[in-house]
Write a protein that binds this ligand. Structure first.
Ligand SMILES: CC(C)(COP(=O)(O)OP(=O)(O)OC[C@H]1O[C@@H](n2cnc3c(N)ncnc32)[C@H](O)[C@@H]1OP(=O)(O)O)[C@@H](O)C(=O)NCCC(=O)NCCS
Length: 169
C-alpha cells in the first residue's frame, strides 16, 4: 500500500449492523442492489469484476466500500464506506447505498457513523461527499453526521453536484 494512512479495518460492527469486505461469493448481492438503480443491472460476471476492481483499489489506498448485513436478520442490505471517487486518497469520499426495502430505519446513518470513526482512525482529517441536488435522504444522512455544504459544481456534464465536507477529530 502506498499511503501514509492506516488501512480501514476489514470489518466494523454497530448496534444493528456488520460491515465487512466483499468476497466473490457476494456478487449476486451487488446485482440485487444495482437492479434497483433504474438502469441495466450488471450480470454476475461483471459484478465479480467490479468487486475485484474494488479489492485492487483497497490494496492501493486502504479505502473500502464495505458490504452491510443486519446482525439480527443476517441479511445483506447494502454498502457503506470510503473511496477516492471525485476527491482524493488524503480526503476521500464517504458513500452508501441500501436496498429500498430497508430505507428509513436509520441504517445509513448508523453505518456511516462507524465509517466516520474508522476514517478518523486511519489518520485522515477530512471527508467529502458529492450528492445530486434532488437526493434529500442523502443530504439528511450527511446533516445528521455533521457534514456541511461546501460548494455546488456543474462540471461533470451530468447536472449539478453538491460537495459537502466534514472535519475529522
Ligand atoms: C441515501 C440512503 C442510503 C439513505 O438510507 P437510510 O437508511 O434510509 O437513511 P437514514 O434512515 O439513516 O436517514 C434518512 C433520513 O432522510 C430522511 N428522508 C428520507 N426521505 C426524505 C424526504 N423525501 N424528504 C425529507 N427527508 C427524507 C429520513 O426521514 C431520515 O431522516 P430522519 O432520521 O431525520 O428522520 C438511501 O436512500 C439510498 O440507498 N439511496 C439510494 C443510493 C443513494 O442515493 N446513495 C447516496 C448517493 S450520494
Amino acid at each position: 500500500m502506498s499511503t501514509a494512512y492506516a488501512p480501514m479495518p476489514a470489518a466494523l460492527e454497530t448496534r444493528r449492523l456488520r460491515l465487512q469486505l466483499w468476497t466473490d461469493a457476494d456478487a449476486e448481492d451487488l446485482c440485487l442492489l444495482a437492479a434497483e438503480r433504474g438502469t441495466a443491472a450488471p450480470r454476475v460476471e461483471r459484478a465479480r469484476e467490479i468487486l475485484a476492481e474494488g479489492r485492487a483499489a483497497t490494496a492501493t489506498t486502504g479505502l473500502a466500500l464495505l458490504r452491510i448485513t443486519r446482525l439480527a436478520e443476517g441479511d445483506f442490505i447494502g454498502y457503506c464506506g470510503l473511496l477516492v471517487g471525485r476527491a482524493s486518497v488524503d480526503e476521500p469520499e464517504i458513500a452508501y447505498e441500501l436496498l429500498q426495502r430497508t430505507h428509513g430505519h436509520g441504517y445509513a446513518t448508523e453505518a456511516a457513523g462507524a465509517v466516520l470513526d474508522a476514517a478518523a482512525a486511519t489518520g485522515r482529517k477530512r471527508l467529502w461527499s458529492t450528492v445530486r441536488p434532488w437526493n434529500t435522504p442523502s443530504f439528511r444522512v450527511l446533516e445528521k453526521l455533521g457534514f456541511e455544504r461546501d460548494r455546488v459544481c456543474a462540471e461533470d456534464g451530468d447536472g449539478e453536484l453538491v460537495w459537502l465536507t466534514r472535519e475529522l477529530p
